[in-house]
Design a protein around this ligand. Structure first.
Ligand code: SPV
Ligand code: MN
Length: 624
């Protein structure tokens, strides 16, 4: 260890922690820890290795410090975030813009010097009287060329514990790194606390230094803002991927089980709260990951790994009928953190759990009773819409055997899905890679949800479900996707799904489990096993193929009228969508690749031709 860091580190670290840190012969790491200590001024510092004892200590500490409280079931705990700290705060999340750095106008940013001064002054002395925890994680499988090492310092044992559930341990990974500077750094302080909750949420800051691959977070506890390896590192990874020629995506990865034991992997990009976890958890299929994937072209194929090893999932609506496997984990002894649920007599409850609820208990609003209202006269539900559970994927019975494969799994298909009540059919395949990237990925729209702070139900532009996290100019990001297929021998098929299409009566047109069928159809298409019908916006399934799958997979009769209504082409809505998307790419994105406009123009012409021939709303039978 360098002389200039040793005295400070020795004065704050226990002997064992000092030895553990010194064993990682990495000057950049030592400098980071020393700087974090000098800035936040904790009383002491604990360095967590991959050892069982260290990890168990983090878990105990979460309860001892009050960041989590035990529930009746062994191993279960709950955590509350502040009333105004219940989602990712897009407004306070900013990129630090170094001189000469161009991100495009759509990204929230602040000058690096000004931003650093601000966030560092908020972090100054923020850990006085506290223990600083140092945790190492590996983003991706250990020992894999896909993976990235990360280190986080935090004063929240809830954050440190969550990281253990969500990421593979990374201390050994740092040993392997030696002196390499290639790792992500995150510094987080909960800030001033009142009843274990960040009190100064109005001074919440999440600042991302792309140049130095470092994240600064203060005055928040919600895991989406504080667990640095989730969406904050995704932003760093997108930039790294751009430099190195791979893709970092907001995607699930799953194995779909086809005929004769065939397993076909698909990845799926859905904005938060639009069915990503429930797709990854479809019964009968196997899960690799539910939120973040790194994709690389290897020997002519696309391969993907799950960045994580756990789920931080939305708990609203999880019940034994719809989510039997998640329910089983939540209902069995084991290591689970429940956040922002209702707790009464040591039992957690949440909206849509299918149980009778107590009339009172505690939740993220404090003491809660049925009918409690907030300052704006709105009823406070028993659990927040964005309340979540955190556990390891290995607790599930449906974990795919390839989940930890350092080589990743071979990707046969890529799915884009959004919350769209009036435009897109439930299931669509693109004509080719370029058409899929442009009309399905880059043109994705979705209505806002409770996963971010702000109004829900507003239609927004969500390219690749990744807009919140794109850290390079958007046109370039789209272009990287277009180029990714160059040189591939096996190009994944691209699909779009929409679980939220509604009829004229404003009721959903598809059932909760119809996705079980959609994935099977995609699996067959990847292998060319069934034909499809060409329409102006893409290829759609034939009725008879879906009807057969409905029978086989769900034991249901699929009515022709249901198919006709679901797959009817809605020309006016599709044209309006094209108008919106084109307008955004023309006016807000300065580096849109020209081919995007060509492909959208082709789609527009096909829609206009269909309208001239068949009218505004076109039955599938016209195309069959
Ligand atoms: C999401 O909102 O997409 C999540 C949870 O997966 S968060 O960590 O908040 O990003
Ligand atoms: Mn997500």
């Amino acid at each position: 260890m360098e002389d200039r860091y040793a005295p400070l580190l020795k004065s704050k670290l226990t002997k064992q922690s000092f030895r553990n840190l010194a064993a990682l012969k990495n000057p950049k790491l030592h400098a980071f820890i020393a700087d974090s200590i000098a800035l936040c001024n904790p009383d002491s510092v604990f360095v967590c290795t991959d050892s069982k004892a260290d990890i168990a200590y983090m878990r105990r500490l979460a309860v001892e410090t009050g960041a989590e409280k035990p529930l009746n079931a062994p191993g279960h705990t709950f955590h509350f975030d502040g009333y105004f700290d219940q989602g990712r705060d897009k407004g306070s999340t900013k990129y630090l813009l170094a001189p000469g750095m161009h991100l495009g106008s759509s990204l929230n940013s602040i000058g690096k010097k000004e931003g650093l001064e601000e966030v560092r002054s908020l972090l100054k002395d923020s850990m006085v009287g506290r223990l600083m925890l140092v945790r190492f994680s590996c983003l991706g499988p250990v020992g894999s060329k896909f993976s990235i090492a990360g280190v986080q310092v935090t004063d929240s044992a809830y954050v440190a514990h969550s990281e253990d559930l969500l990421y593979r341990s990374g201390y050994q990974e740092f040993k392997r790194l030696g002196g390499s500077p290639e790792f992500f750094r995150v510094i987080h302080s909960s800030g001033a606390l009142k009843n274990c909750i960040s009190a100064d949420w109005q001074k919440r800051r999440v600042y991302i230094d792309l140049e130095d691959e470092m994240v600064y977070v203060i005055n928040t506890q919600y895991a989406g803002n504080t667990v640095g390896f989730k969406k904050l590192s995704l932003r760093l990874a997108i930039r790294k991927a751009d430099r190195e020629g791979w893709l970092a995506e907001h995607m699930l990865v799953m194995g779909v089980h086809g005929p004769n034991g065939r397993v076909t992997y698909i990845t799926g990009a859905f904005p938060s709260y639009c069915g990503k976890t429930s797709t990854a958890m479809i019964a009968g299929e196997t899960i690799v990951g539910d939120d973040l994937a790194y994709l690389r072209a290897v020997a002519g194929e696309v391969r993907a790994v799950n960045v994580e090893r756990g789920i931080f999932g939305i708990i609203k609506g999880v019940n034994p009928k719809d989510d039997p496997e998640i329910w089983r984990v939540l209902d069995s002894p084991g290591e689970v953190i429940f956040s922002n649920v209702l707790v009464a007599d040591g039992v957690p409850y949440w909206q849509g759990d299918g149980r009778e609820h107590p009339r009172e208990g505690v939740n993220y609003s404090g003491d809660w009773f049925a009918g409690k209202i907030d300052d704006e006269n709105r009823e406070i539900p028993c659990s927040h819409d964005n309340a979540r559970y955190t556990f390891r994927l290995s607790d599930l019975g449906n974990l795919d055997p390839g989940a930890d494969d350092p080589e990743g799994v071979v990707v046969g298909g890529i799915v884009y899905g959004g919350r769209d009540s009036d435009t897109l059919v439930p299931l669509l395949e693109s004509f080719d890679w370029q058409h899929g990237v442009i009309t399905m990925g880059a043109s994705l729209e979705s209505e806002t949800t409770a996963a971010t702070i702000g109004q829900a139900g507003v239609r927004t532009f969500q390219p690749m479900s990744n807009l919140d996290f794109v850290s390079i100019p958007l046109g370039r990001y789209v272009e990287n996707h277009l180029n990714f297929a160059g040189g591939l021998k096996k190009i994944p098929r691209i699909f779009a799904v929409n679980y939220f299409i509604k009829g004229n009566d404003a009721k959903y047109l598809t059932g909760m489990k119809d996705k079980y069928v959609w994935v099977k159809w995609m699996e067959l298409r990847v292998h060319g096993d069934v034909p499809a019908i060409k329409t102006p916006t893409g290829l759609i399934p034939r009725y008879e193929d879906l009807a057969g799958l409905f029978k086989k997979v769900l034991g249901l009769d699929y009515a022709l009228e249901a198919y006709d209504e679901q797959f009817k082409l809605r020309v006016p809505e599709n044209l309006s969508k094209l108008d919106r998307i084109e307008h955004i790419f023309r006016t807000q994105v300065t580096d849109t690749p020209a081919v995007l406009f060509e492909v959208l123009a082709g789609q527009r012409q096909a829609l206009l031709d269909a309208r001239a021939k068949f009218g505004d709303y076109v039955s599938v039978s016209r195309f069959a």
